[in-house]
Design a binder for this molecule. Structure first.
Ligand code: AMP
Length: 392
């Protein structure tokens, strides 16, 4: 992939596919990390004489949806880039092209949510061609969507000879290579969170690169149930029990150590104020569910984290949104921060891990905090992703 590093954008109208899919609460942005993360790329283009046409998606709309309109992010984008943002309600067509062509160097135009058109997600070539008419060059900096063969993330690149990888995308890919290709051993992957079905397949692939895998959060209970343990009412995906046994066997063959929690904090309901106590993870009574990593588990995992030279962290170790069940995730953050300050390389990725890292003040204590969850995980699977292939 060609980066924007040495490119002169003088007089170019540069379509930049960004990932401004920020979280909202009552139409208010709760975390603008993704907008901040594009700053370097956009400022570089503007400082080198280009104008910028920003294309992003927000959420998964079904046609036009007011609560997923890019209009909601205009002020935040304006604050980040310290200039007025021209908002274009239409995404393709004469009006959009006219507005794009009248842009002057240094100006930024933000297009409406590209997913309001189903053609985006379908990777429609005609739609991509229309989009391409807005600009004279194309930059992809949407790491969070790089695993999608969508019109604006991959297909559009066909219509440009001037197509580049943005700074963020470049940094993200380099950080992943630092774990998978050039990682110093021991390499530990910490996998937590609730979505077992989206992550469990990746464990298999990670076994080709890492030496240790810590399975925490809701994912762990599927393994424990498969091993014959009693997990009470804990979260579990029964369809993956058999697969988790295969994973454990494969790990043995590959000499990869899999670490499952010994004990957990259990609750008698899924809320912060539920009654709670410590339990062996494989002896959870009915009516109780595991919601956080336990103290014994933390003691066991501590030396493994501290001694790892490379650490990849995806997913919280418990329901960190509840203060009473956030200790495991906070302690993990402290340990990864300690390892990082001792010279280990730490990469944190995945929406909720990033939220947790920010919430508990660890962001600047990690080597790299990724902006893409699913995209990072697919990269970790070793696949060449459509957005990357399109730029190559
Ligand atoms: P994911 O998006 O798969 O990384 O999942 C993140 C979510 O997993 C967070 O919202 C956590 O609250 C949730 N989570 C972590 N541990 C558990 C658990 N033991 N039971 C239920 N949910 C959990």
């Amino acid at each position: 992939m060609k980066t924007i590093e040495n490119i002169n954008f003088h007089g170019e109208r540069v379509i930049v596919r960004v990932d401004f899919n920020v979280p909202f609460d009552n139409n208010k942005i709760t975390d603008k990390t993704r907008i901040d993360a594009s700053r370097e790329t956009i400022n570089l283009i503007l400082n080198r004489g280009g104008s910028v046409i920003l294309i992003t998606h927000i959420g998964r709309p079904n046609g036009y949806q007011k609560d997923l309109s890019c209009e909601l992010i205009v002020n935040a984008v304006s604050e980040v880039f310290e200039r007025e943002i021209i908002f274009c309600r239409s995404i393709i067509g004469k009006e959009a092209e006219k507005m794009a062509k009248s842009l002057k160097p240094g100006q930024i135009m933000l297009m409406e949510n590209v997913r309001f058109y189903p053609e985006e997600v379908n990777g429609d070539i005609e739609f991509a061609k229309h989009l391409s008419k807005l600009g004279t060059a194309y930059v992809n900096d949407a790491f969070g969507s790089i695993h999608r063969a969508h019109a604006s993330t991959a297909i559009i690149a066909k219509f440009f000879s001037k197509k580049y990888c943005g700074k963020l995308l470049d940094r993200e890919v380099s950080a992943i290579e630092k774990v998978l290709k050039n990682g110093k051993k021991p390499i530990l992957a910490v996998l937590g969170g609730a979505k077992i079905s989206t992550k469990i397949t990746i464990i298999k692939s990670l076994m080709n690169s890492v030496t240790d895998i810590l399975i925490g959060g809701g994912m762990a209970y599927t393994f424990i149930k498969a091993l014959g343990g009693s997990i009470g009412d804990s979260i579990c995906e029964d369809d993956f029990c058999e697969y988790s046994i295969q994973i454990l066997e494969r790990a043995k063959q590959k000499n990869v150590r899999i670490h499952l929690p010994e004990d957990v904090i259990i609750a008698d309901a899924f809320n912060n104020d539920a009654n709670r106590k410590i339990s062996k993870i494989n002896k959870i009574p009915v009516g109780w569910q595991g919601l956080d990593f336990g103290p014994e588990s933390l003691k066991i995992i501590k030396p493994i984290i501290i001694n790892s030279k490379t650490i990849l962290w995806n997913g919280p170790l418990g329901v960190f949104e509840f203060d009473n069940f956030s200790k495991g995730t906070i302690e993990l953050g402290n340990l990864v921060a300690e390892a990082t300050s001792n010279g280990s390389f730490s990469l944190v990725g995945g929406g909720d891990s990033v939220l947790a890292v920010k919430k508990f003040g660890f962001k600047n204590k990690m080597s790299y905090v990724s902006t893409g969850g699913g995209a990072m995980l697919e990269c970790l699977e070793g696949a060449v992703l459509p957005g990357i292939r399109a730029l190559s």
